[in-house]
Design a protein around this ligand. Structure first.
Ligand code: PHE
Ligand code: FE
Length: 290
């Protein structure tokens, strides 16, 4: 995830200049593959009817139902035929410019470790389950694949405008935690949700969070939390519309405008919000009281 800070500013020993490393798939133990299977089985029971059709289609097309941690070469060969994207392994978080450059060139960087069996529910650093199960199915969708590549180009541009904070929020509230309208339904498509057992339920069913119609400027002004379920979700009308509005808008003047405005705290509702659900925020409050 590009929004997090990272300790290193050059590739660690053994990594390539672009920070990639061999996945070294053979190294994963039977226990590690079993952790993937456990996580997979848990999510797959939940996601039909909850995840967007585009996500479910990608899961199917990429054959992610096969047992064990996917081999990135095989996965990339399938994905590349669909949308031109490949998956490459990196040791952990990489600098923003490296991350954006890979995305702009349709390479998705994925963590090369899997969480321990006692961390099934909660993890701060993205592991291979989050990165592959969470992100890669959406990259099999042609429209979303274009959006993600455009985001990479936009990231390189945002660096020049000193606006990473704002662009990262767009990533957070779409790629990581996005909801979409699908017919009469709301569905999840954000990787942080679809790869989380608890949040796959919470994001759609819980009365606590606000669910607000997506608005680009509003999203870019909105803070987010990395330590617990979101207090806000933003709902896009379609992937076509997300792609259209982000590609057609020149972000440079938008950044300049937003820099003069205050950030919006996580649970705040502002003038102009189109609320799909006004949240009670009971969940966040109960956590605070505990
Ligand atoms: N249009 C954006 C810009 O001018 C680039 C972008 C496209 C960013 C798609 C995110 C997603 O910087
Ligand atoms: Fe992620």
């Amino acid at each position: 995830m590009a929004e997090d800070t990272h300790a290193l500013d050059r590739p660690p020993e053994g990594a390539n200049a672009d920070w990639t490393i061999p996945q070294n798939w053979e190294r994963f133990t039977a226990e590690e593959h079993a952790t993937w299977d456990t996580l997979y089985q848990r999510q797959i029971k939940l996601l039909p009817g909850r995840a967007s059709d585009a996500y479910l289609r990608g899961l199917d097309q990429l054959k992610l139902s096969e047992s064990g941690i996917p081999n990135f070469e095989e996965l990339s060969d399938r994905l590349e035929k669909l949308t031109g994207w490949r998956v490459v392994a990196v040791p952990g978080l990489v600098p923003d410019d490296v991350f954006f450059d890979h995305m702009a060139n349709r390479r998705f960087v994925a963590g090369n470790f899997i969480r321990r069996p006692d961390q099934l529910d909660y993890l701060q650093e993205p592991d291979v389950f989050h990165d592959v199960f969470g992100h890669v199915p959406m990259l099999a969708d042609p429209v979303f694949a274009d959006y993600a590549a455009a985001y990479g180009r936009g990231g390189l541009r945002a660096l020049e405008h000193d606006a990473i904070k704002y662009l990262s929020r767009l990533y957070w509230y779409t790629v990581e935690f996005g909801l979409i309208r699908q017919g009469e339904d709301l569905r999840i498509y954000g990787s942080g949700i679809v790869s989380s057992y608890g949040e796959s339920i919470f994001a759609l069913d819980d009365p606590s969070p606000n669910r607000i119609a997506f608005d680009l400027k509003r999203v870019m002004r909105t803070e987010y939390r990395i330590d617990d379920y979101q207090q806000n979700y933003f709902v896009i009308p379609s992937f076509d519309e997300l792609l259209r509005v982000t590609v057609e808008t020149d972000f440079a003047p938008l950044y300049a405008e937003i820099k003069a405005l205050p950030d919006i705290p996580v649970a705040e509702i502002v003038e102009g919000d189109e609320l799909i659900t006004r949240g009670t925020q009971d969940y966040a409050r109960s956590k605070l009281a505990a």
